[in-house]
Write a protein that binds this ligand. Sequence first.
Ligand code: DGJ
Length: 744
Amino acid sequence: MNASVESMIHVSDELVFNLSNDSISYIFRVSPEGILEHIHFGSRVAPSSGLSAEPRRAFRCTVLEYQGVKNYNLDDTPQEYPLFGTSDMRHPALHLINAQGNTTNILLYKSHRISSDKPALNGLPSSRGGDSQTLVVCLVDTVSKLEVELNYTVYREHDVIARSSSIKNVGENAVCLKTAMSSALDLPQGDYELVHFRGSWAREFEQERMPMPHGRFAIESARGTSSNAHNPFLAVMNKGTDEQYGDVYATALMYSGNFAITAEKNEFESVRICAGINPFNFQWKLESGESFSTPESLQVFSAAGLGGMSQVWHAFIKQHVSPSQFKDVPRPTYLNSWEAAYFDVSHEVVLGLADQAKEMGAQMLVLDDGWFAGRNDDTTSLGDWFSDEKKFPQGVEETARQVKEKGLKFGLWFEPEMVNKESQLYRDHPEWLIQVPERTLSTGRGQNVLDLSRSDVVEYLFERVDSFLSSGLIDYVKWDINRVFSECGSLQLPAERQLEQPHRYMLGLYELVERITSKYPNVLFENCASGGNRFDLGMLRFMSQGWVSDMCDPVGRLSIINGASHLFPLSVLASYIGPVPNHQNGRVTSVKMRKEVGFFAAARGLSLNEDDLSADKKELQDAVALYNETAHDMVSGEFHRLRFTKNEVCWQLISQDKQRVYVGYYHILSSPNLPYRRIKLAGLAADETYRMVSTGATYGGDALTSLGIDLPHVDVVLHQQHSDNSDYMDEGDFSSRLMVFERV
Ligand code: DGJ
């Protein structure tokens, strides 16, 4: 670190650790006994300020005192990496069966070090360092013979603390990890609410908000992928927090497998948030001398409500998580073959679609499922990553070459982690499946999961995907996975390590995607899992964008984009205009509505067949032209949620240079006599003037942000009586309006 740059980490003689940037602080200390006590996470408190509030010790009739220390009860002491077994009855960050066979472990401070190089995590993705400093605190248990390192990274420009831990067995005998969380955060007593995102296939990222209950609330996955049931993200906030006001403490995991984020409120009303690998169905044997690294947990504090929190996540993900080579790079508009042709693809079909794509003004043709050996429906062929000789007699590479000759980019779909029993791969290697002996394996979409905890499987998949990418003809890869895991086990692991298989799978997967994506840095990778069944920071550390949902109906997508945007910037979101009636929910909507909802994603395109394309040719050409013109703003701009109710949504994007502002307003079901709506725009320069493109009217940035704009009115009766419709939404259900402002 440059000596003239002020350090963000201060350690006092009394061992109070203060990690601060200009707006937030994370503070903890070492107690006289050696316990790491948490003091503060929130708005900045200067190291010189003095601790006006700290963990307390008082006589209070508790039934336990820590190791005989008078009035010291860990159950009511905020800690950094709590354990079970002495006086803390809550769920711990670390729980292990030591060599003596018990679970009473005590970690005490030993030493610390500060580094300006953010250490990489062993085999796991982590955010990039940049202008950051990392504090490593070493703790020891001299009885259980453990050494634990806690990593804390503080960023100068981002209100984020990145955390992880590593646990080392320094004894002579093996120990058994039961719980090894990445982070624990003990918040002071308060009146909190929780927000998290739950869902299922085609309805990912539904927001759920609730008061923090007494007891323990958990979001988790035990199904192999981080899953669409619960995204690995939890925000705890002061009661009443809204988009602009309120303190928010948010946690997101950089992990794509079985995770848990829990919030526990105990009898003393302190709230503990733990995040990491799901302890349920997890166990890890740590031999003498071995270490175990946990995934990275990212903690954000915002004093400016959920909107402020999202701004922190968006900037951080763009700068420190997403692959840097695609940062602010406009995404190509595309035509995807899936809802145009499903499995019915061939060299001729693809070239035909490429011509259509050209005519529409799109920049890339994506060949989705159906192109490899014998794949005519979803019952066969996964694993056999060779071109289907009937459909592509000269190989997919030749088709790619001809598509590119037309001036388009070429994209290809893979589902590498899966296998159908109807495949050569399965016939050759039945032992490569995730499996437990003597049980029938459950299928999902007729397929099974390859055991990526095995290096031979990882090697095979690398070789197969590499064999296509090495042609240099593939510009984009959609990496899909279409089932979750069951009967988890590996034929290669001994009995006592079977419960390690899901995490070992993740290590194999990360190795595979790391090798592929780093060998082909200029290929744009899109993460997909039947839509958003593995939409997390772990995969998005390697892949620049993600297919957030299979739901392509614009009404169905509103809540998905709104929910996902709490954590993810538009730069990582992909969407396309699909056919009507919509294939997921049967709804019929206008091209306008589909275009204007699909607008709010960086990677945009179409998935329509020739008939669909010719039926709405002009409107679709206009949509693609709009997507092309605004591609840079979508990938680099700043997104704000302005309004979200069951029936109305309003979003805004302001370009990075603050020159252009896009406001999308969506009204789902029409009704007579509705109230007027006014909305205040966000992030505009107060002393600049903006012109509304559709009307030519000009307004000051101060007026647009403080007075706001009147949204087009939904009123069918009035609408019919007026010749000038600019003040009104389109008649009927499912209407939308995209308003554009340009700085004068
Ligand atoms: C699921 C994906 O979400 C779809 O977009 C499509 O790629 C299919 N898989 C192909 O099987």
